[in-house]
Write a protein that binds this ligand. Structure first.
Ligand SMILES: *Cc1c(COP(=O)(O)O)cnc(C)c1O
Ligand code: SF4
Length: 344
């Protein structure tokens, strides 16, 4: 157990079983079969053949609400490309490895990973509501990496013992797969560590499964003394439909700061007009563009790579189109560096 300390608001949020049942059901009903995905989108079923092969070690997973935002009959739909396994994933490409960011070396205790001063990542779970084909953690050994109940307790003890950490970043997998009761316990435990002042949540669920944004979630975050921020993950404006807008609106009271991180992906958003539309839609929803990441060279994701030179060019075009606050930072992560490396 961590040291006990009075917490500003220890009362649990009112349970809203219906809202919780809703997102859990949607998650359980997510599409896992490439043939079904092709059928839902009126796509040639031959696309599903290689998909079944390529998806076997990191299977297809996509919620139906996200599929509803894809254009039927279009095999190049930018949302489809992010989730449909391709046969190229099986090719070994030089420079693309299982742990490109050397995260295994940055582990401290349990699911706690620290690379940067003053802040640390807490891995809560290996699960996600969607399996993004370009994900740098697609081969991450979560079970052996402390994303377990015992690992969480060890991480909390380590955090409590290190006064240099002021910000805890919930990550994964997707930390919002923890339900509101589990998150409430965790937020209270973090709030009881005096030197932790800020809580950041990195999650793709507000985009791919907006029903996850329950009133209880907002309430439990609003109740914490910690300054809370949320970093969502959307790569294309078409991901941000009205269901996402409604979820973000529900969250406003609990999370004053909202950011987006995106990955620069060939065929998805490697185009100035597409990136500008993403930024504008985000701003309209009260979300500031934060990082635009260059792809991490994880095995299986080479088809998405965009060169650094092309990234700089795109950023240059964005600066000509958008107000400064709507331009993301182009960044890449290099193992051993004291921060993300800003490219443009
Ligand atoms: C990306 C990352 C962070 C967050 O970096 P910020 O620049 O603070 O957004 C923190 N820890 C690790 C290990 C990361 O990979
Ligand atoms: S939601 Fe994030 S962690 Fe999960 S598969 Fe997608 S990119 Fe990876």
């Amino acid at each position: 157990m961590i040291k006990a300390m009075p917490v500003s608001n220890p009362s649990p949020p009112t349970t809203s079983a219906a809202a919780s049942a809703c997102w859990k059901r949607e998650l359980a009903e997510a599409v896992r079969d490439p043939i079904e995905l092709c059928r839902l989108l009126d796509l040639d079923q031959t696309l599903a053949g290689p998909a079944a092969v390529a998806g076997s070690s990191f299977p297809l997973l996509v919620p139906r609400g996200f599929i509803a935002r894809m254009k039927p009959g279009d095999p190049t739909d930018p949302l489809l490309l992010q989730v449909l396994p391709r046969v190229e994933e099986c090719e070994e490409i030089v420079g693309f490895s299982a742990d490109p960011l050397a995260e295994q070396q940055a582990r401290r205790a349990g699911g706690l990973i620290q690379k940067y001063a003053g802040r640390a990542l807490l891995l809560l779970t290996g699960g996600c509501a969607v399996n993004c084909r370009y994900c740098f953690r697609r081969e991450f050994p979560y079970a052996a990496s402390g994303a377990t109940p015992a690992g969480l307790q060890a991480a909390l003890r380590e955090l409590a013992a290190d006064p240099s950490i002021h910000e805890v970043i919930l990550s994964g997998g997707d930390p919002l797969l923890f339900d509101d009761r589990q998150l409430d316990q965790l937020v209270v435990a973090l709030g009881a560590i005096p030197h932790v002042r800020r809580l950041r949540i990195h999650s793709r669920l507000p985009v791919v499964l907006p029903s996850r944004v329950t009133e209880d979630l907002t309430a439990l975050l609003a109740a914490s003394r910690l300054a809370v921020s949320l970093v969502i993950h959307a790569n294309h404006a078409a991901e941000l439909d009205s269901t996402v807008a409604e979820g973000l609106a529900r969250l406003t009271a609990g999370v004053p700061l909202r950011f987006n991180q995106a990955v620069l992906l060939r065929g998805v958003n490697d185009d100035a007009a597409v990136l500008a539309a993403l930024s504008e839609r985000l701003i309209d929803l009260g979300v500031a563009p934060y990082y635009l990441h260059l792809l991490d060279p994880v095995r299986g994701a080479a088809a998405f790579a965009v060169s650094e030179a092309r990234g700089r060019e795109l950023l240059d075009q964005l600066r000509r189109r958008l107000p400064g606050y709507a331009v993301p930072r182009l960044a890449r992560e290099l193992p051993g560096e004291p921060s993300k490396v800003w490219i443009a």
